[in-house]
Design a protein around this ligand. Structure first.
Ligand code: UDP
Length: 338
């Protein structure tokens, strides 16, 4: 198959490109390198079935060769990134998705939308099943991401209904692993960078909020099964084992053997309190369930970051600076008020 992967130089996208090439597919990776990195796909460049195109999905993409499937992973997924790039985040979720749908529709290709557990917002139903419609604040700071993905789902379904496009929607829950950027601001990378550097781990809120963390290999395996299937979804993809942020921090400290302490900062606005996927549909329709436990997945992630000490050092310093310049100031102000 010839598969176009948008966001193919990103964390998830680059792993997907690699798996597809390994099984013999031809892959065209489109990425504008806004949050993706050329180095993520550098070692794929020698494969003659791999093409890298530095392009923005905000512009229509025309392929002169037949496309069998489009995996639309381009997007701004890390909260600090989408707070920094709110308009770009909305644009890529809306116009970017429309352009990738047009590409799939033109070629009668399968279209996979990488949607998100964020469509459930701060969920009032737990664990989250696909038939739950969510609890999203449409005007809060997270809305640029949440609503753009909700729109992406809506427009994908509209293409499916009106044009018969072969759409498949996956809702991806927190995923981690090698090739995340140390400074991307998400909790796993922040904790690992801070622990490896011996800096305090920064817990937002009291650490009782939960997430369910899926290792990247498991996630990508599900994407490939979805790509090969004809299911429309949406289908939750994630690891249903739920952890509090305090548990995660303690686990990272123990796995790194770090002497880091823990510092507490205010919880960001609209930060979801609990998140855990019900993966019954994925198990039934895709025959998929995750197999990598968090201890193993974190160990593999830590090992990867251990080989990138310069990046880790810089990230940890950057994160500390952000706390002082951003949330840290808020904390000082709160302390002053008290
Ligand atoms: N978080 C934290 N410390 C950090 C970064 C994030 O305690 O340095 C918290 C964040 O407030 C949220 C959880 O960890 O409750 C997961 O955050 P992340 O940004 O990784 O993903 P998302 O909120 O999109 O699930």
């Amino acid at each position: 198959m010839h598969i176009v992967v948008s966001g193919g130089a990103g964390f998830l996208g680059s792993h997907l490109c690699e798996v597809l090439l390994n099984r013999g597919d031809k892959v065209t990776c489109i990425d504008n390198l806004a949050t993706g990195r050329a180095e993520n796909v550098a070692r794929l460049a020698s494969n003659r079935r791999f093409t890298f195109v530095q392009a923005d999905v905000l512009k229509p993409y025309v392929s002169s060769v037949r496309v069998d499937a489009v995996a639309h992973l381009a997007g701004v997924a890390s909260p600090p990134d989408y707070h920094r790039m709110p308009l770009e985040t909305l644009a890529v979720g809306s116009r970017g998705t429309e352009n990738m749908l047009e590409l799939a529709d033109t070629h009668n290709a399968r279209f996979i939308l990488a949607s998100t557990s964020e469509v459930y917002g701060d969920p009032q139903v737990h664990p989250q099943r696909e038939d739950y419609w969510g609890n999203v604040n449409p005007i809060g700071p997270r809305s640029v991401y949440d609503e753009s993905k909700r729109y992406a789902e809506a427009v994908s379904m509209a293409y499916s209904r009106t044009r018969g496009t072969n759409v498949g929607i996956v809702r991806i829950f927190n995923t981690y692993g090698p090739r995340m950027r140390a400074n991307d601001g998400r909790v796993v990378t922040s904790f690992v960078a801070q622990a490896l550097n011996g800096d305090p781990l920064t817990i937002y809120g009291d650490g009782s909020q939960t997430r369910s963390f899926c290792f990247v290999d498991d996630l990508v395996r599900a994407l490939v099964v979805m790509l090969d299937s004809a299911h429309t979804g949406p289908i939750n993809i994630g690891n249903p084992i739920e952890r509090t942020m305090t548990e995660l921090a303690e686990l990272v400290i123990s796995l790194t053997g770090s002497s880091s302490s823990i510092d507490y900062f205010p919880l960001p606005t609209d930060d979801p309190t609990r998140r855990k996927p019900d993966i019954g549909v994925a198990e039934e329709l895709l025959g998929w369930r995750p197999v990598v436990g968090i201890e193993e997945g974190l160990a593999r992630t830590i090992e990867w970051f251990q080989g990138r000490s310069k990046e880790v050092k810089a990230a940890s310093a950057e994160l500390a600076g952000e706390q002082v310049g951003g949330q840290g100031v808020e904390r000082l102000e709160l302390a002053a008020l008290a």
